[in-house]
Design a binder for this molecule. Structure first.
Ligand code: ADP
Ligand code: ASP
Ligand code: MG
Length: 444
């Protein structure tokens, strides 16, 4: 059993959906095919919900109309026969009639994946490929904390797949039911997470994430030129990069695969022959393997009113964050102060108010965490120095090192992020620069 997930761009046009069908057909074993919404649809649905909330119903209607029209053109280009064009058209009309009546955000957002999976099922049927469409809402669920209910999901999925005779099973990424049995989702980009949860539940041989790039790159290709695809990377390194901003993977998506030791292969839908990246249990590489950055970070410095950090000071601080269910990403301490970062501003005012009992608070907004994954174990020498050497021009607010063997993180102002990523790329990966550094080290 393999789990194959195709992202928004991969199902973003009739031409691309045809490519996905070709890839699916190239396998000779049972498959669960997890699909995202057609690219742009979830953003548009979010916009529609936003307008409805502001009572701008006319504007919302206009956007719904134009979204529906975009699907009409997709159907024209996708199906060869009148029969399937009509079938799909009737389905789209019904889906949009339903959408026009919805008001709950999560229900609106769910429509994208519900539509794409049906359209794909119709397409495979037109090609006379026997496939089953499984509703993710029949097995994918989260608890009151928003965590996937692994055991329940496993039991339900095993039942469903046992009862399904088809070798190709299509299902929706992203969507699930919550503890109140309402439609919910695994957060934006969550189809990767769905695939990993399904792979773990079914003990799949491999989870394949098919996207629009040839695997995990050594740096963020949206900000840096000359990035390259990494052949293999460990679960821990990949998890760290995903959490700290490598958009190719949803932040939590590596965890279920790692816990069940199921390799994750990242592949390019538009270049199926290129190797991609395998995420598996492997040694950390020598030096830095890859870099990612996460924006929207808030840094807080709590300066103790007493000269020395008293026993229990950190505990009291952490309790405030726990009370407001706000995770801390980075932390550094000195004798008199502690600096930490959060990425959820929801309860920040209350958190600051309570922290003021312990010390003076300074807050910096618009910060970014730059995460470097690789071999940062105690035995590795000079790596942190080479990282910092690249950034002599960039003000650094915090450094986190030693928390794990495979990661080092730096906190910088977001306005310096692109420059920092480029400088690190040049200093750590550019062959010409590396050669020059080696020569200088060798001959002075
Ligand atoms: P999908 O819609 O298939 O889920 P995403 O847009 O979520 O695709 O993720 C793929 C994109 O992630 C790429 O097009 C690329 O711009 C971006 N990306 C950011 N960091 C990385 C990285 N380190 N390696 C590869 N892609 C990355
Ligand atoms: N369609 C959802 C989103 O755009 C989930 C996904 O694509 O992974 O966030
Ligand atoms: Mg994605």
């Amino acid at each position: 059993m393999l789990v194959l997930k195709f992202g928004g761009t991969s199902v973003g046009s009739a031409q691309n959906i045809k490519k996905v069908a070709q890839i699916v057909q190239s396998f000779n074993e049972p498959l669960v095919v997890v699909l995202s919404a057609v690219s742009g649809t979830t953003n548009t649905l979010a916009e529609i919900h936003c307008l409805l909330e502001q009572n701008k119903n006319d504007e919302a209607c206009k956007i719904i109309d134009s979204l529906e029209l975009s699907y009409h053109s997709l159907l024209d280009a996708l199906y060869a026969s009148e029969y399937y064009q009509l079938k799909a058209l009737t389905f789209i009309r019904k889906s949009f009639e339903k959408l026009r009546k919805l008001t709950a955000e999560q229900e609106i957002l769910a429509q994208g994946e519900l539509i794409s999976t049906h359209l794909f099922e119709f397409y495979l049927a037109e090609l006379q490929i026997d496939a089953a469409l499984l509703s993710a809402l029949d097995f994918m669920s989260i608890d009151a904390q928003g965590e996937p209910e692994s055991e329940k999901i496993k039991a339900k999925l095993l039942n469903i797949t046992e009862e399904t005779s088809q070798d190709i099973m299509i299902t929706q990424g992203f969507i699930c039911l919550n503890h109140l049995d309402q439609i919910d989702n695994l957060k934006r980009g969550g189809s990767d997470y769905s695939a990993s949860i399904i792979g773990a539940a079914l003990n799949a041989k491999e989870i394949q994430i098919w996207t629009d790039i040839d695997g995990m790159h050594n740096n963020d290709p949206r900000y840096v030129d000359n990035t390259f695809s990494i052949e293999e990377i460990s679960f821990d390194e990949a998890a760290e990069l995903a959490y700290f901003g490598a958009k190719i993977l949803h932040p939590q998506s590596v965890i279920p695969a790692k816990e069940n030791n199921i390799p994750v292969l990242l592949k390019n839908t538009f270049a199926p022959k290129s190797k991609g990246t395998i995420i598996k249990n492997c040694e950390a590489s020598y030096g830095v393997r890859a870099i990612a950055a996460k924006d929207g970070i808030i840094a807080m410095k709590i300066k103790s009113y007493r000269m020395l950090l008293a026993y229990g000071f950190l505990k009291k601080i952490f309790e405030v964050f726990e009370k407001y269910q706000t995770p801390i990403d980075m932390i550094t301490t000195s004798e008199v102060a502690v600096s930490l970062t959060i990425d959820t501003p929801t309860h920040i005012d209350k958190i600051i108010e309570e922290l003021q009992a312990f010390g003076k608070i300074e807050v910096d907004n618009n910060m970014s965490i730059v995460c470097l994954a690789g071999d940062f174990s105690q035995n590795s020498k000079g790596i942190s120095a080479s990282v910092l050497n690249c950034l002599t021009k960039i003000p650094i607010r915090m450094i986190s090192y030693g928390g794990s063997d495979y990661n080092m993180s730096l906190l910088i102002d977001t306005e310096n992020k692109a420059e920092a990523l480029n400088l690190l790329n040049k200093g750590l990966f550019d062959k010409a620069t590396l050669k020059q550094t080696q020569l200088i080290e060798q001959f002075g």
